[in-house]
Each structure stands twice: as C-alpha cells, then as structure tokens.
Design a protein around this ligand. Structure first.
Ligand SMILES: Cc1cc2nc3c(=O)[nH]c(=O)nc-3n(C[C@H](O)[C@H](O)[C@H](O)COP(=O)(O)O)c2cc1C
Length: 291
C-alpha cells in the first residue's frame, strides 16, 4: 500500500477540483491510500473579496509573514511515500495559508525526508511562488520531485478582468456574457488525471525520482517566457511596496490604495508592451536561426 498525503488550501474550491482530478486514478486503486490535510486560516478570508480585504493581504503575502491556522482535524501518521502540496500564488508569492504552513512545526515533521510534488492552480503568474515553496520544502529536508501547474489560458489582460469579476462578485461565469469563463478550464481540470497516472506508475515502480522528468514530458508546467519576464520585474516592485507598507502602519490604507493604482496602470500599460516585446523577440530569434 502506497501512502499519499495531500496538503492543500483552496478558497473557491478550484484547486481542490484540480487535486481531485489529478488523484482520481489513484483514488480508484486499492494499492493507494490518500490522506487529505486542508489548511484552514484561523480567520477565513472573505469570498467574494472586498477591494480592501484583497489589498490588505498584499504586504504580508509578499513578505511571507505567517498567519494563524486552525489545528488540524486528524492525526496524520507518516511516513508517506509521496506528499502532494497544492497551493496558489497570491501577489506572485505563495498564498498566506501555504506560507504559514511551511513555517509551522507540522511542516517540519511531515516534509523531512519526503518527496513532494507541488500542484499549482493560478491565473498565470506562478513561477516566483514556486521558487519560494521549493526553497521552503528543501530547507525542511524535503525534496521537490516535480511540479504541475494549471492556469487560466486567456490573454493576460482578459484573465485579469475575468478573475477580478470572479474574486469580487463570487461568480465563476462569463462576465457580461462576452468574456471567457474565469480560471482554469474544465477541460484542463479533467485533463489533470493524466499527471496522476504518472504519479501512480512512479509509486508502484519505486521510481519517484523520475516524476519530474515524466511530468515535464507531458508539459505539466509550461512556462510562458513573456509572462515570466513580467513577473520577475513585478516581483521586485512588489517587494519594495510590501516593505514600505509594513513599515508605515499609520498610512497603510493610503499606501495600499496607491499600490492598487500602480497595479492597474502596470496591467493596462506594461502588460501589452511586454506582450509586444515577446512577439518581437520571438520573430527576431526565428530570423536569427534562419540566417
Ligand atoms: C489575493 C489574491 C492574489 C492573487 N495573486 C495571483 C498571482 O499573483 N498570480 C496568479 O497567477 N494568480 C493569482 N491569484 C489567483 C489565485 O492564484 C487562484 O488561482 C484563485 O484565487 C483561485 O484559487 P483557489 O483554489 O484558492 O480558489 C490571486 C488570488 C487572490 C485571491
């Protein structure tokens, strides 16, 4: 019997749907047992979000300051053959419940000596948050065996509008009847089961060291170069704002509102410029390889 532990947080349930689809081949197979550990913030975040609440988690998310989590509902007895750590980025950083978990004594106990597969459900900017989670896992003595990322496939600006509609109105449907549905598509969620088969085969054959390679072959986490470039730049700017805001608690609201203005301007101006730069770079590279 191969033992799997799933550690996850999912505010709307989207990431839990991804995890359920991913693990469906293992859940239906008596050779596997799966324990679920849901991370529950002591004070739940509102859904739908208000603008103030959404902005308020920005500095602490970026600086990865731990929040209080509710005690776990069960005693989890390891060791586990595989740990699945499912998280979402908030402001290009691991979401607050995941940052808190990685800094908790429970994480140290569970992750030491374990192979970990991360599962990310994001809008489209997740690379920096994965770097941080990988560092967290490794500093606790775990090994990142592979990563699976599912994202919203709409254009950056379009998905910013639709996720805004989803987060602030609580409805995962087509905004104004014309925009695409927000979030990860149903087809992509269903398709996650093929990555689960990789995990099952690796566990049965004892080759969990090859999970990363096998997942990569299936394109389990494709990086969009142009978005990664934008994310890199934005992350540095976010860190400056986050430090400034936490150092000036008396004018926190004002600074958060200024940050929000910059965020919107960045999205509307920098994001399309960045896409154009990406297209130019691609065609330049194509020409260079032809000559
Ligand atoms: C406060 C906040 C910040 C977010 N920041 C990002 C981000 O930086 N990059 C990204 O791709 N998605 C971002 N998202 C979207 C989430 O990663 C996630 O896809 C969405 O919240 C649904 O996840 P759930 O499974 O927790 O419901 C953000 C969501 C929230 C609520």
């Amino acid at each position: 019997m191969k033992k799997i532990m799933v550690i996850y947080y999912s505010q709307t349930g989207q990431l839990k749907q991804v995890v359920d689809s991913l693990l469906s081949p293992l859940a239906a197979d008596s050779r596997f047992s799966i324990d679920y550990m849901e991370l529950r913030p002591a004070v739940a975040y509102p859904f739908p979000w208000t603008r103030d609440a959404f902005l308020d988690v920005f500095p602490e998310s970026v600086l990865e300051m731990p929040i209080d989590l509710k005690p776990f509902e069960a005693d989890y007895s390891g060791p586990y053959d595989l740990i699945v750590l499912a998280f979402q980025p908030w402001y290009l950083s691991p979401s607050l419940p995941i940052s808190a978990f990685l800094k908790s004594p429970d994480a140290a106990g569970l992750l030491r000596g374990s192979r970990v597969v991360t599962v990310i459900g994001a809008r489209n900017m997740w690379v920096k948050s994965l770097e941080r989670v990988e560092r967290g896992v490794e500093s606790l003595g775990g090994t990142l065996a592979g990563n699976i990322t599912l994202t919203d496939r709409a254009l950056n600006l379009v998905s910013a509008v639709t996720i805004g509609y989803w987060m602030f109105h609580g409805k995962k449907d087509r905004y104004l009847g014309v925009f695409p549905k927000p979030g990860i598509s149903d087809a992509d969620i269903d398709g996650a089961a093929r990555f689960g088969r990789v995990l099952a085969d690796a566990l049965i054959s004892g080759r969990t060291d090859r999970i990363g390679e096998e997942l990569d072959k299936l394109g389990a986490a494709e990086i969009n170069d142009s978005l990664a470039r934008l994310e890199n730049r934005a992350k540095k700017i976010f860190e400056i704002w986050a430090k400034l805001i936490t150092k000036r608690p008396r004018i926190r609201r004002l600074l958060l509102n200024l940050f929000f203005v910059e965020l919107i301007l960045g999205l509307v101006i920098l994001s399309p410029l960045n896409s154009l730069l990406g297209i130019a770079l691609k065609s330049f590279r194509k020409k260079a390889t032809r000559t």
